[in-house]
Design a protein around this ligand. Structure first.
Ligand code: SF4
Ligand code: SF4
Ligand code: FES
Length: 332
């Protein structure tokens, strides 16, 4: 008979939940949900070994565990710290945490350009959200910012190193999803930068996913750049027959035009099904897709300001039962 694993109790901002041993504080917070979930700029659940780089997820551990109730002396990275039984954690209820998050945000923005008005990521950028919540209006820095020229790294991807926060998610994608990693983080400390091996192009089959995992506008889709502001497009769930990936994607439509194709993401903006380059960059004809229906967008997102109006001829393309049901509902 299998022995039942004893779960650990953890209290975050006064709310208690139970998790399996080995769960991180961040994942426990996600289990609770709401405002107690710390922001995460480098942790990415679908990628092994992510996290521990950006420090936006710092929290205060006010009680270490039931066995040892002493608080932890320093704030800890919640994405890399495992829950102990009886642990008590403060996120939004901790002044220290909020102060640290302000400092981390300021640090992430030290070299960051004021590019939001011309940046393709605006409206779906985690750094933008973080700055609104924890940033300050003025900068204290007087020195010249580190600057790079935007670079085409292959036919599909544009690198704008000025906006990179060195979270390393794109490197993990290349390591874990493609056969051959062609880029990485070069140099160290202040000099660290994302670069390709001897100006190689990033072309391997699943490399387009780096665009989806990049929390900022450092890696953007060359086939969709500047085509539209994200809040002027309408995201729909769509699927297709594909022999390389599951073919489940999101089409970002403007009228009848497919502006860009991305992977589907969950509420924490983490990819649910990786998609291949063929689906992402080459299937821009709506006829190649089976439209499943509108994508749910969080009502706090700027993208939800856009309301759904299905292009008429798209309804003709809908041939599965779900889609018909959705179009009937829309017409009521
Ligand atoms: S990466 Fe984000 S914060 Fe930076 S310029 Fe683009 S939208 Fe603004
Ligand atoms: S390019 Fe994007 S994903 Fe890669 S390290 Fe920089 S911020 Fe992270
Ligand atoms: S999300 Fe935890 S350190 Fe970056």
């Amino acid at each position: 008979m299998s022995e039942e694993i004893k779960k650990f109790k953890i209290t975050i901002d006064g709310q208690t939940t139970e998790v399996l041993p080995g769960t991180s504080i961040l994942e426990a917070a996600r289990q609770i949900g709401g405002k107690s979930v710390p922001p995460a700029m480098c942790y990415y659940k679908p990628l092994e070994n992510s996290g521990g780089r950006c420090r936006t997820c710092l929290v205060e551990v006010s009680k270490g565990s039931e066995a040892d109730s002493r608080p932890m002396p320093k704030l800890v990275a919640s994405c890399r710290t495992s829950v102990m039984d009886g642990m008590e954690v403060k996120n939004i209820t901790s002044e220290k945490t909020q102060e640290a998050r302000h400092a981390v945000t300021e640090f992430l923005l030290i070299n960051h350009p004021l590019d939001c008005p011309i940046c393709d990521q605006a409206g779906e950028c985690h750094l933008q959200d973080l700055s609104y919540e924890h940033g300050v209006e003025a900068t204290r820095t007087e020195f010249e910012r580190r600057t790079f020229e935007p670079e085409d790294i292959g036919p599909y991807i544009k690198l704008n190193m000025n906006r990179c926060i060195l979270c390393a998610r794109c490197v993990l994608v290349a390591n874990q999803l493609t056969d051959n990693r062609e880029h990485g983080i070069l140099f160290r400390g202040e000099h660290a930068e994302i670069s390709t091996n001897l100006n190689k192009a990033l072309e391997s089959d699943f490399i387009g996913n780096v665009i989806d995992v990049c929390p900022v506008g450092a890696l953007t889709d060359r086939t969709a750049r500047f085509a539209s502001r994200v809040w002027f497009t309408k995201p729909v769930n769509a699927s297709c027959e594909c022999d390389k990936c599951a073919g489940k994607a999101v089409l970002w439509m403007k009228g009848e035009e497919v502006i860009r194709v991305t992977a589907r993401k969950d509420q924490y903006d983490e990819v649910q099904d990786w998609i291949c380059n063929e689906c992402r960059f080459h299937k821009k004809d709506v006829k190649r897709w089976n439209i499943e229906g509108p994508r749910h967008i969080d009502r706090h997102s700027v993208i939800s300001l856009n309301h759904y109006q299905k292009p008429k001829n798209m309804i003709n393309l809908l041939d599965n039962a779900d889609a018909k049901e959705i179009s009937e509902k829309d017409e009521k």
